[in-house]
Write a protein that binds this ligand. Sequence first.
Ligand SMILES: NC(=O)c1ccc[n+]([C@@H]2O[C@H](COP(=O)([O-])OP(=O)(O)OC[C@H]3O[C@@H](n4cnc5c(N)ncnc54)[C@H](OP(=O)(O)O)[C@@H]3O)[C@@H](O)[C@H]2O)c1
Length: 285
Amino acid sequence: MILLKGKYVRDSIIDSVKDYIDVGIDKIGIVLATDDKSAVIYANSQIKMFRKYGIIVDFFNPDPFVKEVNILNKIDEWNENANVYGIMILAPMYKHIDRTHIVDRIDDIKDIEGIKKINLGKLMIGEEAPCPPTAVAAIEILKFYDITIEGKNVVIAGRSVIVGKPLSMLLLRYNKMGNATVTVCHSKTENINEVIGKADIFFSAIGKPGFFKASTLKNNAIYIDIGINVVKENGETKIVGDILPDELEHLYAYTPVPGGVGAVTNAILLKNYVESKKRANIHCK
Ligand SMILES: NC(=O)c1ccc[n+]([C@@H]2O[C@H](COP(=O)([O-])OP(=O)(O)OC[C@H]3O[C@@H](n4cnc5c(N)ncnc54)[C@H](OP(=O)(O)O)[C@@H]3O)[C@@H](O)[C@H]2O)c1
């Protein structure tokens, strides 16, 4: 049974893109317009990562009374700045801000999270575009460990716009890391354990600690646990996935949490940044 550790995948992705960064010149714009604790943690980890690789972070962290127009003005400023190759908008946002308005304002090429309607549409029709990093990370792990997806019976739990849906589109692409038979489950799916029990590869992104059990999966199945859930156990704070690793011997491979998909997501974000930079430079020529 193979433990699909994310760190090797992360390192190889970063090695393949880091030389494209102009250290101390390239910039990223990040908006954190919330006091949500998970978003703050997520923002800090992104900022640390971009700075580590020499990208200047322009961090816009306005007070709770900020007007939508002030955020839009900031996006316009970044859109016009030729050294800013990526813009990220952390979710959620203060309740009075319409996140759709903000996301829509980002230049299509600078949308490194792949969350603009146009980029999601391009993903749907198979055109080149930035893709939501978590969905890509889940597939990159399998690719790194030489596990092909083509022809497999794949089940995804979760249908969010940033994880489940884009993942389903990637798994339907016409290549060896696609061409899967895809079933997408959600909170209204009946007999869900029966469905996942038939999966060759099971991806979970529901955000519920230990909701599924590894023992439910069939022999030689693979699971990719995308869930990141903070729980308290014996007074200690821990991060666990959606899948309880109650029995692992019968599986072919699985990702740990932490140390699985989460470790790779940031690397894909950096890769998306570099790809946006390449696209922007082609555009200028
Ligand atoms: N590893 C990473 O880098 C990374 C990045 C982003 C997110 N995540 C994690 O991934 C998880 C999902 O994130 P998200 O933003 O996609 O969450 P989300 O927007 O809350 O979506 C959750 C999805 O799970 C479904 N769901 C909820 N309870 C279910 C149940 N009992 N059975 C089946 N489906 C159920 C929901 O169904 P309905 O549509 O019917 O409500 C929904 O489609 C979270 O733990 C998050 O922290 C990880």
